[in-house]
Design a binder for this molecule. Structure first.
Ligand code: TRP
Length: 337
């Protein structure tokens, strides 16, 4: 039986945080270790450049940080091909062909891109490359003929766009070269991790994240400053569990569900202080983060090896993508000579 193929990736605009972990990295490591898939994990530096073209140094730096985060959470270059988008020229060429099959109106309707444009306050100055990045993402996915794309919920519009391109391409060029992918999402309710300030989204620009590389002290400080229930002032006051970020995190990261239920009951009734509750969350988070941090530090001692790992992964990915590109060119008929 041929294995199913996974392709996924991240924009290297900064280090990865625990929202990335729960939203996608955790799934990837499990899928990788199941042995049922061929996994391709891509650092999407070209996509990151679509809104950072004037700050390439940030992307260059973040590239290695993201690679370290990958290794730290257990992505294994022996089992997964970890590579860099810009080092695969076939991806750009595929994008040029796909762009002809997508309308500007369709691009303008993409809900994730729309909200990103609003959030980044581009005004009238949306970079053309940013608007079309969903098409470039279709190239990333189809170049590897991926069946399965483990991502957060916000990436569903990209998958829908990819499937449309696949269907249109195969119909227009009467081919069966491209494969329709499916998203692989985290279990409902655990998709989106709020920031430590209670904001629905954990993000670098909001400065409300806990990073995989944060040291134990920083993690503790962040948790101690976490948003709870603003009306829970005295220990004996009854408190709210819903919308209380500490409980949201406990639900997502805690393993002792009975203990968490007990804490919820106690908090609701009154008599459980925020400090005590937060100390428990520190323990829960450290159980996850401490081994990740240790592995990260080990890999960080030899950045040359990390760079070599990306180079070898990119060489391998290049072969696969070049093969798909040759098939795409033949299907269109631009294989003249
Ligand atoms: N858009 C994704 C993100 O922001 C990153 C990405 C680029 C990606 N290309 C991809 C994800 C292909 C899955 C498949 O996180």
């Amino acid at each position: 039986m041929t294995k199913k193929i996974i392709l996924t990736g991240d924009r290297p605009t900064g280090r990865l945080h625990i929202g990335h972990y729960i939203g996608s990295l955790k799934n990837r490591v499990e899928l990788q270790n199941s042995g049922d898939y061929d996994s391709y994990i891509m650092i999407a530096d070209m996509q990151a450049l679509t809104d950072n073209a004037r700050d390439p140094e940030k992307i260059r730096h973040s590239l290695l940080q993201v690679a370290l985060d990958y290794l730290a959470v257990g992505l294994d270059p022996e089992k997964s091909t970890i590579f860099v988008q810009s080092q695969i020229p076939a991806l750009s060429e595929l994008t040029m062909y796909y762009l002809d099959l997508v309308t500007v109106a369709r691009l303008n309707r993409n809900p994730t891109v729309k909200s990103e444009i609003a959030q980044k306050s581009f005004g009238e100055s949306v970079p053309a490359g940013f608007l079309v990045y969903p098409v470039s993402q279709a190239s990333d996915i189809t170049a590897f003929k991926a069946n399965t794309v483990p991502v957060g919920d916000d990436q569903e519009p990209m998958l829908e766009q990819t499937r449309e391109i696949v269907r249109t391409f195969n119909r227009v060029y009467n081919s069966d070269v491209l494969v329709e992918p499916e998203g692989y999402f985290p279990p409902k309710g655990s998709g989106r991790l709020p920031g430590i300030d209670g904001n629905a989204k954990m993000s670098k620009s909001l400065n409300n994240g806990i990073y995989l590389a944060d040291d134990a002290d920083t993690v503790q400080k962040k948790i101690m400053s976490m948003y709870t229930d603003p009306d829970h002032i005295h220990v004996e006051d009854p408190g709210k569990v819903e919308g209380n970020v500490v409980f949201t995190y406990l639900d997502m990261f805690g393993t002792d569900k009975a203990k968490i239920q007990e804490l919820k009951d106690q908090y609701r009734a009154g008599g459980l202080g925020d400090v005590k509750l937060k100390r428990y969350l520190v323990d829960v988070m450290e159980a996850l983060l401490e081994p990740i941090r240790t592995r990260r530090e080990q890999y960080a001692q030899d950045m040359g090896a990390v760079s070599d790992m990306l180079k070898a992964g990119s060489a391998k990915a290049n072969k696969v993508a070049a093969q798909t590109l040759a098939e795409v060119r033949a299907a269109i008929g631009v294989n003249y000579f």
